[in-house]
Each structure stands twice: as structure tokens, then as C-alpha cells.
Design a protein around this ligand. Structure first.
Ligand SMILES: Nc1ncnc2c1ncn2[C@@H]1O[C@H](COP(=O)(O)OP(=O)(O)OP(=O)(O)O)[C@@H](O)[C@H]1O
Ligand SMILES: [Mg+2]
Length: 317
């Protein structure tokens, strides 16, 4: 009984509108499909906009340039770059401060500093900015100081959550030090946490080491998004000082990826590409930068040339 009542409410099949109307669909398709040119334009815009990396501004007069070395992708040569550019500039007479904001603490090892003897670290710099001056340590290289990162940075982000102005602690801490250096170079972990955000807020520019392997451009797109957000919310001065091609070999893949990065960022790529070179990988085990380990190696020469180019970009003469 009930089911026949319900059936009576349904329209007769003959009255129901046609579901498939070929002519209508064809017309719609034509309207929806944009001409080839504009389809390509849209695709080009889509792939271009997330990759926009803003150029950085010059350093304000009378203080150090602050530069964060960053790539959220791991193992691309961030720490190697920090150690060797910092050491090269110090060797050339510039006053350089390295801040290691990675709990792996590899900058200290690579610069011959025994972490087990260090009492004050980047953790202290961030939690008690007024102690910044005392957080520094000398290294094996003249003119080069370091604030050491170590495992005490693990868990710091949780503690900072309760603090006001938590993204600006490092900037505040660095303020009294800036007049005493030409360059402050900050190493970051391969993740985007509050400590890395602190580094970006304190910085004039970023240097981006990119390993010329597959996924390099995805890493750059991720970073471009991070920079956009930090610029709009926390530091509108932040820009890119340079993109470095690292661990480069003459393989087809390496060459193709280098070509793509150059095509996307012709003005940002700093030349030459840094070659894959075992001397660079060995140097940290001796606690020295490449210029003390083997300056005439391919890695030694590449970092010297890169440093010269950056010296111009940073206005250090
Ligand atoms: N040009 C190079 N040639 C050969 N080996 C290199 C080169 N650059 C870096 N390495 C080696 O590659 C490894 C990763 O480098 P590095 O630690 O600098 O990367 P990272 O980006 O700091 O890593 P993480 O994301 O873990 O902090 C290290 O063992 C380093 O010695
Ligand atoms: Mg590192």
C-alpha cells in the first residue's frame, strides 16, 4: 500500500526532462574550453606566482647585514654554506657572527668548537635576549664568532608558546650586537618552526642552497610561500640575497635542474655552482672550514668565488 502511494508521487517517465542533451553539452564544452593561448597563460601564471622570490634590500648604514641560510629540505648544504662563507669572509678581515639555530649543532663542530664545554647557546639568546653578548664564543678562525646551537633547542618552541612577542626574540637579542659585526649568518634546521621564524624576522635577506636534484623546485616553491607569509605578517623587509646551487655534478639530471632554477631565478642564482667535492664533506671531521683544510680543492675554490660574489651583493668592500 505505502509503496504504491509513494510511486504515485513520482512523475511519469515520459514527462521527465531529458538528462542527456548532446547539443547542449557540446555548446557548453565549447564555451568552457578557453583558446589555447589563454589556457597556456593561466598555466604559466599558476606556475609562476608561487615561485616569486622578492629581492632583498640593502643593509641599513652602520650595522651588520643579517642573513638566514634556509631551505626546508634537509641535507642540501645549509650548514656547509654557513661555515665556509662565514670563514671566508672572516679570513678577508670582515667581522662575522654565526648563529646556529639547529639542534643538530653542526656549525660548532665544523668550526672547531667543543659543544660539551659551551655553557650558553642559541637557546639562551632567545629566552633571555639581554644575555646575547655573553652567548658568543670564539672559533678556530680570527674575526669569526659563534652562538652555538645544541640539543637544548629541542623543546624550546613549546616553552616559547607562552611568551609574548615570541617571533621577535632573536631580532631583539641581536640589536646590541649588530654594530660590532659586518655580517650575522644564521643556520637553520630543515623545518619551519618558531626558531626559524625568529631567524627570518631578524634577517635582511635569505640565502637558499639548492641541491641540483629532483624536487629542488618544489622546495623553492615551499620556501617562496614561507617568505611571502613572513613578509606580510612579521618582516616586510625580508628578501632573497641569493640562490646557491650545491653538490653539483656534470650529470644530466644535475644540469637539467640547474637549468630550471636558472630559468626561474636568473637574477638570484649566485655563480659558480658549488661542485660536489669530498674535501667539503671531510673538513668538518677536522673541525675546520675548507679554507684551512684544502683551499685549492674544487670546493675551496667554489666557496671562495661564491663569497666574492656575495661580498658585492652585501656591499662589503
Ligand atoms: N658540495 C659538497 N660536496 C660534497 N659533500 C657536501 C657538499 N656540501 C655538503 N656536503 C655534505 O653533505 C651533507 C649535508 O650537508 P649539510 O649538513 O651542509 O646540509 P644541511 O642542509 O645543513 O643539512 P640539514 O638539513 O640536516 O641541516 C654533509 O655530510 C656535508 O658534509
Ligand atoms: Mg644543517
Amino acid at each position: 500500500m505505502n509503496s504504491s502511494d509513494g510511486d504515485e508521487e513520482l512523475p511519469e517517465v515520459g514527462d521527465a526532462p531529458l538528462i542527456i542533451d548532446v547539443e547542449f553539452l557540446e555548446e557548453e564544452d565549447e564555451n568552457l574550453a578557453p583558446p589555447l593561448d589563454s589556457a597556456e597563460e593561466i598555466r604559466a601564471n599558476r606556475s609562476r606566482s608561487p615561485m616569486e622570490l622578492p629581492l632583498s634590500l640593502p643593509t641599513p648604514e652602520g650595522r651588520a647585514r643579517v642573513v638566514t641560510v634556509i631551505n626546508q629540505k634537509g641535507g642540501v648544504g645549509k650548514t656547509t654554506t654557513v661555515i665556509n662563507i662565514a670563514a671566508q669572509l672572516a679570513l678577508r678581515g670582515f667581522r662575522v657572527l654565526v648563529i646556529d639555530s639547529d639542534s643538530q649543532g653542526n656549525c660548532a663542530t665544523g668550526l672547531g668548537v667543543d659543544k660539551s664545554r659551551v655553557r650558553t647557546t642559541t637557546r639562551d639568546l632567545i629566552l633571555t635576549p639581554e644575555t646575547a653578548v655573553d652567548s658568543r664564543h670564539a672559533t678556530a678562525v680570527d674575526n669569526l664568532h659563534i652562538i652555538v646551537g645544541d640539543k637544548s633547542l629541542i623543546g624550546l618552541e613549546q616553552e616559547m608558546m607562552r611568551q609574548l612577542g615570541r617571533e621577535k626574540r632573536m631580532k631583539e637579542a641581536l640589536e646590541p650586537l649588530l654594530a660590532h659585526y659586518d655580517l650575522v649568518l644564521i643556520d637553520t634546521p630543515p623545518s619551519l618552526g618558531l626558531v626559524t621564524i625568529n631567524a627570518l624576522v631578524a634577517s635582511d635577506g635569505v640565502l637558499v642552497p639548492v641541491q641540483t636534484e629532483y624536487f629542488a623546485l618544489e622546495g623553492l616553491a615551499l620556501l617562496a610561500g614561507t617568505i611571502r607569509e613572513v613578509r606580510s605578517l612579521l618582516n616586510d623587509r625580508l628578501g632573497v640575497d641569493g640562490v646557491l646551487l650545491t653538490m653539483h655534478s656534470q650529470t644530466l639530471l644535475n644540469k637539467q635542474v640547474a637549468g630550471e632554477v636558472l630559468e626561474n631565478f636568473p637574477d638570484l642564482v649566485v655563480r659558480p655552482a658549488i661542485r660536489r667535492n669530498v674535501r667539503l664533506a671531510e673538513a668538518p671531521s677536522h673541525g675546520v672550514p675548507i679554507h684551512l683544510h684544502d683551499p685549492s680543492s674544487a670546493g675551496g675554490k667554489d666557496y671562495q668565488a661564491i663569497t666574492t660574489e656575495l661580498q658585492h651583493r652585501w656591499g662589503l668592500s
